[in-house]
Design a protein around this ligand. Structure first.
Ligand code: PXP
Length: 251
């Protein structure tokens, strides 16, 4: 994923974790997330995102090399800030590593990383990943405290958590949606001003993606669960194409 800090085409990173979730439900090898990655590449997706969780509930270690071998798309590895994950990232050298908070009991990544509070734990990991030539992203809430922490650690990218925005949309709360949107837009502008590339993701759907996609400073959206869900009905090709069209129309 390029490093432009200028408004332009908004990249779509497709998170294929939940293809692996379905595979793992039966313990076999179908559906294969590698096939999903190949399809994403064939319809013009800009990247593959995968979260190797501590409990390996979806993507597994061996999937990473298979995904990397199967397509030329940049791999964005989502990972907890642990020594185990750091070693795996350094071994596989994905294009980017996105450090996310991780709790075993959560169903999905429920909030942003407390980069400010966990500075001493996260900063050395950012340094080691960066030194290995891996682009580092921090999955944070859109606020100045977290953005400032990302800056101080030298992260090249921040990904703003759009979960609250997505919840507000689900609740039909347009006031909260607007305030979340403003927060993400303001922090995206501030990130670019400070030389950090802003991304966004979590809970994005056909219905709620456009106001986020319209934020001109955002360089990339990472979308997973909804696309894999839609793929059940319309196929992954069509789901990715439609999301791509909606994002392009919003710009
Ligand atoms: N970005 C990050 C950092 C994530 O951890 C996830 C998955 O939780 C996503 C984007 C994609 O979210 P979703 O699956 O809700 O589209």
């Amino acid at each position: 994923m390029g490093s432009t800090l200028h408004p332009g085409k908004l990249r779509l990173g497709v998170n294929i974790d939940h293809v692996a979730t379905i595979r793992n439900a039966r313990g076999g090898d179908h559906p294969d997330p590698v096939r999903a990655a190949e399809i994403v590449a064939s319809v013009g997706g800009d990247g593959i995102t995968a979260h190797l969780r501590e409990d390996r509930r979806h993507i597994r270690d061996e999937d990473l090399a298979r995904i990397q071998a199967a397509t030329d798309l940049p791999l964005n590895l989502e990972m907890a800030a642990t020594e185990e994950m750091l070693e795996i990232a350094l071994r596989h050298k994905p294009h980017a590593a996105c450090i996310v908070p991780e709790k075993r009991e959560e169903r999905t990544t429920e909030g942003g990383l407390d980069a400010a509070g966990l500075h001493n734990q996260i900063a050395p990991i950012v340094t080691r990943l960066s030194d290995a030539g891996i682009r580092v992203s921090l999955f944070i809430e859109a606020n100045e405290r977290q953005l400032d922490a990302a800056l101080r650690m030298g992260a090249q990218v921040v990904e703003f958590h759009t979960g609250e925005y997505a919840h507000a949309h689900l609740d039909g709360n347009s006031e909260r949606m607007a305030s979340e949107l403003n927060r993400i837009a303001d922090m995206s502008a501030l990130a670019v001003k400070n030389g950090i590339e802003p991304h966004a993701g979590h809970g994005l759907t056909y219905e709620n993606v456009q106001p986020i996609a319209a934020i001109p400073q955002l360089a990339e959206l990472n979308i997973g669960h909804y696309l894999v869900g839609e793929a059940v009905f319309v196929g992954l090709e069509n789901a990715v194409r439609r999301m791509r069209d909606l994002m392009d129309d919003a710009r």
